[in-house]
Design a protein around this ligand. Structure first.
Ligand code: PMV
Length: 360
């Protein structure tokens, strides 16, 4: 009997220029380029165990939400229930994972997959429905785990993965087809994604940053991001959005390269509002905002004129992402705690993307 085990981790990411709307829904080709900050500890861990001589065939995929939950060390006081991935999510992941060995390694990969029994064990380091893209981290981790475990030589694969941006980008192209935003989780801290491919942005001069997520609402969101991608195109603001976003992306790239925090903050604020305006004005209007979101945005807006303003953004959800200079992190932790009394607040930092933790 031959059993091997690969454990990987992939972080989520938060977009400052959003991926919203698809040119091609089957391949997740975005309407516009997007730009994100890769996170570090807010991540998904996947352990893939394969028994390569089990011979049970393709029905032998097991998915267990049973790795210990690993909360970021920065959030020691918070605890959340596992499992983090529901049944529908598991089915989507299983369908996706089945296609991967063939994509990466052709018929030999497919044969290795078909002969083996697979067990996926997984955990997220953040709660579900927290406004952190769990599909980004899960699909990135899954793609990496399967690509590594089914390669001819997983150890050599891991070495190449650590050294080669090309391999990371090739994996990102595949992962994108499972979840668009996952393609931005293979590198970091700043990643630009256009059309098929995502890549690390070099020459960014931003200061060291800290990232807070204020969980003003813990309920699962009622409109999935897939539905949102479709609905936004029915907004009367959609055409204008397509015109705006290109210029804003160029300005954001420039601001990041210059390390111009006020400009990044200003552009990110406008971008988050524009995405949510699309939700509010489409043919079947919906909103992710709760009273806590609106109150929080109102309060945060009063800091935007400061010399070192926070970068404030929202994902497709109600929770508030606040990114600040690292040397202001203690000040902001206190401010946020005082303003959002009793509200859970996650903390993280920019990170460098997916990693292979162990191979046995
Ligand atoms: O990857 P998806 O289909 O879950 O898209 C999510 C897109 C947003 O998170 C709303 C924005 C972004 O660019 O991450």
């Amino acid at each position: 009997m031959s059993v091997s085990r690969v454990r990987v981790q992939a972080p989520s990411n938060i977009a400052l220029i959003k991926y919203m709307g698809k040119k091609d829904a089957s391949l997740n080709i975005p309407e516009n380029a997007s730009l994100s900050m890769t996170l570090k500890d807010l991540c998904t861990t996947v352990e893939l165990e394969i028994d390569s001589e089990d011979g049970l065939g393709k029905d032998s995929v097991r998915w267990l939400n049973e790795l210990p939950t690993q909360l970021p060390s920065l959030n020691p006081s918070l605890s959340f229930d596992v499992p983090m991935i529901g049944q529908a999510g598991i089915q989507r992941m299983c369908r996706y994972s089945e296609a991967l060995p063939q994509i990466f390694y052709g018929s030999q990969g497919q044969a290795r997959w078909a002969r083996s029994k697979k067990t996926f064990r997984t955990a997220n380091s953040f709660p579900p429905s927290s406004g952190i893209a769990s599909s980004a981290s899960s699909f990135a981790a899954m793609t990496l785990a399967v690509a590594c475990a089914y390669s001819e030589d997983p150890v050599a694969f891991a070495e190449e993965f650590n050294e080669s941006p090309q391999l990371r980008r090739a994996l990102a192209v595949v992962s994108r087809q499972g979840s668009g935003s996952s393609c931005r989780s293979f590198e970091g801290p700043w990643v630009y994604w256009e059309e098929q491919s995502a890549a690390f942005m070099d020459s960014v001069q931003m200061p060291e940053l800290s990232h807070f997520v204020v969980l003003v609402e813990a309920q699962p969101k009622k409109v999935s991001s897939s539905q949102a991608h479709h609905l936004v195109q029915t907004s009367p603001l959609w055409e204008k959005r397509l015109q705006n976003v290109h210029q804003r992306t160029l300005r954001m790239e420039e601001a990041l390269r210059q390390g111009d925090l006020p400009a990044v903050s200003h552009l990110a604020w406008g971008e988050a509002w524009e995405m949510h305006e699309l939700f509010h004005t489409c043919l079947e209007p919906f909103s992710y905002w709760t009273p806590g979101t609106i109150e929080g945005l109102h309060w945060l807006s009063s800091f935007l004129g400061e010399a070192l303003p926070p970068i404030v953004t929202l994902d497709a959800g109600p929770n508030l992402h606040v990114i600040v200079e690292r040397n202001q992190q203690d000040l902001w932790r206190e401010r946020l705690k005082n303003q959002f009394v009793g509200v859970p607040i996650l903390e993280d930092q920019p990170g460098s993307g997916a990693s292979i933790l162990s191979i046995e």
